[in-house]
Ligand binder design. Structure first.
Ligand code: HMG
Ligand code: MG
Length: 305
């Protein structure tokens, strides 16, 4: 397995959206700056959703404006409807992401509508984005299981992914929202979606609740997928996905890929600077195994001197 993988960094959005500690706009901007300095050239920086639903993402307009001076990176934001699109555009968004779910239970809990209704909400967003020259990424959540509806069929995932693709999304990110998947199931799901959409236009967004995310990513790479969503330090989770933990950690992904000779363009040392800074603000060490190992090694080396 050779070539390169593109990492979409989720730390400032998925990573912070479920945190009890509120993080200031300045700290969110500094986090994005540190991630870009580490070589992460695509970063999801916020969400234009209801601040009553997700107070952690309030002021995403200020964050997006705050990073506008950062060169060499592309910034993504979530938009659930036209209201979110308007606000995102007013703040200068050039790429937006709509988010649907492969299960009715999660769709209802997360965005307060059925899957079919969510598609109706996205249609005007995609039409306007096309006219505005804005690219739209599409998420499908619960691709390997739902906290409310249980098992999800690969066909249900493929059908919804195809709907978003046909509406004009340039890339479909497949979310194992609650991190329950295992490699063969991930492969089956990706094969079903891959029969509808080129693998080059798919991304894997795997949460690591059961510790399977790296294995699932490897399985997905064997199916030809080369875009990975991950969050610095393994931050993340969704308030509407009970029991779910963070995204697969960017450090763990980078360590695995670089070890396989696959380039990511990410500087591990600088990434750890970003991770440790935000972990300090949140008041707990990163859950990433690689971050823990490298931090412990640095501490040993410092005490040996
Ligand atoms: P709704 O109640 O159906 O919408 O919510 P509504 O149109 O009836 O409006 C209700 C209120 O929300 C009104 O305010 C609207 O103005 C306001 P009120 O009159 O009560 O004061 N509103 C908005 N405010 C700001 N921005 C907007 C917006 N739209 C309406 N865009 C809605 C629908 C989607 C807005 C709501 O359910 C919501 O915001 N949900 C949050 C969803 C969310 O952010 N979830 C986490 C991200 S998804 C995720 O984590 C999964 C992912 O990582 C992939 C994976 O892991 O699987 C992407
Ligand atoms: Mg997520």
């Amino acid at each position: 397995m050779s070539d390169r993988v593109r990492i979409i960094e989720m730390g400032p959005r998925d990573g912070l959206q479920n945190e009890k500690t509120s993080v200031s706009v300045e700290a969110r901007v500094a986090f994005v700056e540190a991630l870009v300095a580490a070589g992460l050239t695509t970063v999801e920086v916020g969400a234009f959703v209801s601040p009553k639903a997700i107070p952690q993402m309030a002021n995403s307009d200020q964050v997006l404006r705050g990073v506008s001076h950062v060169k060499g990176a592309e910034f993504h934001v979530l938009v659930p409807n036209e209201k979110g699109y308007d606000a995102a555009r007013a703040a200068g968004a050039g790429v937006v992401s709509v988010f649907a779910a492969a299960s009715e239970g999660f769709s209802r809990a997360n965005i307060n509508c059925s899957i079919a209704e969510s598609i109706e909400r996205f249609k005007p967003v995609l039409a306007r984005a096309r006219a505005d020259g804005v690219r739209v990424r599409g998420y499908v959540s619960c691709v390997l299981g739902c906290p409310f509806d249980g098992e999800i069929s690969p066909k249900a995932v493929a059908d919804l992914a195809k709907t978003l693709w046909d509406l004009g999304c340039y890339e479909i990110s497949l979310g194992d929202t609650i991190g329950v998947g295992t490699p063969l199931k991930a492969k089956q799901m990706l094969r079903a979606v891959g029969a509808e959409i080129p693998a080059a236009n798919l991304a894997m967004h795997f949460h690591d609740t059961y510790g399977q995310a790296l294995a699932n990513l490897y399985a997905g790479m064997e199916e030809g997928v080369r875009v990975i969503d991950s969050a610095a330090g393994g931050l993340g989770g969704c308030p509407y996905a009970p029991g779910a933990t963070g995204n697969v950690a960017t450090e763990d992904v980078v360590y695995m890929l670089e070890g396989m000779g696959i380039g990511t363009g990410v500087d591990m040392e600088k990434l750890l600077t970003a991770t440790n800074e935000i972990a300090g603000l949140l008041g707990r060490p990163p859950v990433s195994r690689v971050a823990a190992a490298i931090n412990a090694k640095s501490k040993r080396m410092a005490s040996d001197q």
